[in-house]
Structures are given as C-alpha cells and as structure tokens.
Design a protein around this ligand. Sequence first.
Ligand code: HPA
Length: 264
Amino acid sequence: MTDVNIAEITAGLFEKNAAEADAAVILGSGLGDFADSLTDRIDIPYSDIKGMPEVTVVGHSGTIHYGKSGGKRVLAFGGRFHSYEGHGMDVSLCLVRIVHELGIKKLIISNAAGGVSTRLETGDLMLISDFMSPGYAYSYRGVPKSNVRYDIKSLRPKILQLAAENGIPLQHGTYFYVKGPTYETKAEVRAYRAMGADVVGMSTAPEMLEATRLGISCIGISLVTNMATGVNTGKLDHSEVKETAESRKEDFARFVNKLIQSDI
Ligand code: HPA
C-alpha cells in the first residue's frame, strides 16, 4: 500500500495542463531559480495539486514549474521530499514515480552536495558518474537485478563534451548518499573519501535507483555548495549551501537547458 496516490497527482497535473513533457527536472537546494530560464511558464504550488506531499526544507519552494526550454516542454519540481524529513520511501520517491506515470523519458536530478574529494572546490558542478548508497534500505522488493543500476558510462563523454562546447566547467565523480540531516563527522568524510566518494549528499541516489528501475534515463548533477566536514576549516550550515547555489545558478540553468535541448 502506498501513502502517495500517484494517479491522483498526475490527474491534477493534466487538469492544469502541466503534464505532457519531454523532460523533467528535480531541482536541488537553492537551485529553484532554474525555473526563470523557462519560457511560457506556469507555476503551480504543490499545495494546489491534490495528493502532493508538503515541502518543509528551506531553499525548496514547493512549486511545480511547467514551461519550455527551446522547443522542449519541461516539468520542473522545485522541492523534493528527503528521508531526513521523516518521509517514507513512497513519499521520497514520488517525484520519480510521477515522471514515470506521465511517460516522461528524460529526467535530470540535481542536488546540493558537500565536496569530499580534494580535487573539487566549492562552486563546482559535477556530473554524477556513479553513486554509493550503503545506508539506504530500498523499498522495492524483488529478485536482485543487475539492471537496476545507474550506468551512464556511454553518455558521460557526450555530456562532458556538451559542457565543454558551451564553456561550462563540469567535473565528474561519485556521489555518496547519506540519510542526514546531520552533516558528516570528519572521520566519516575520511572514510567516504577512502571508499572512493567525491561528494556527499542527502538525496538523489534513491531517486536514481528508482528512475533506473522504472526505465527512465536519468542524469544526476551535483553542485558542490560546500566542502564536507574537515576537508577545510569553517563552520558548515545550510546558509552556505544556499549562498553557493545562488552564485552558480546561472551556469547550472544554462547547462540543464543544454542537456534538455540535446538528444543525449
Ligand atoms: N553533506 C551532506 N549533504 C550536503 C552537504 C554536505 O556537506 N552539503 C550539501 N548537502
């Protein structure tokens, strides 16, 4: 039994003429201004869609933005539902399930993340080439499957080339999922780095797993909004995350628009 009625939500989106799209985007903390780059846009508060859960995190507007990027129709979600807010997986994964129910084939998942690798800097955009989610209990039950795996090896060169052609610096690396909401300890960050993590964050990996299971092609992008605990000195809090997102939002929007308009 699911807590979220996906069919009810998608019916609400059809009613608002905001359902048919070529691509969907989940906007991470502080990245909601991407919506301003869409043309012919309508904004729909989540609370206007029957059945949609409520957003509680600062930096997430809780708004659906439906508009155009070039000739492509885009459905963008300004706000997601994290496990650390106490949501069960049915709520946390509902945006991906809405995208699937609507038959949208392309999904771009973005997030704010902490830099773990010393080759990264605050403000870097990073393509998620792979991820680890050891602490995540996946809600889907079934026979273990190797195809329920995010694998963008074949897309990676094309995505990096697209960024380079447009003069957008883009790193690539491995995302490490933690449930949060506490930031990591120094020891944890050291351990994650030794395990091969480049960034750490509190979302995205479950969404990517679910998108992959449902056959949606998804691309993950992290914005390094801060260096993770102990990587450099300084206090870590959510306001730093928002400030960095603010300073990089234009490149982020430009890149996501390029991805939407490309045939990647
Ligand atoms: N750790 C975990 N999640 C995050 C961080 C971090 O340092 N920054 C933004 N999201």
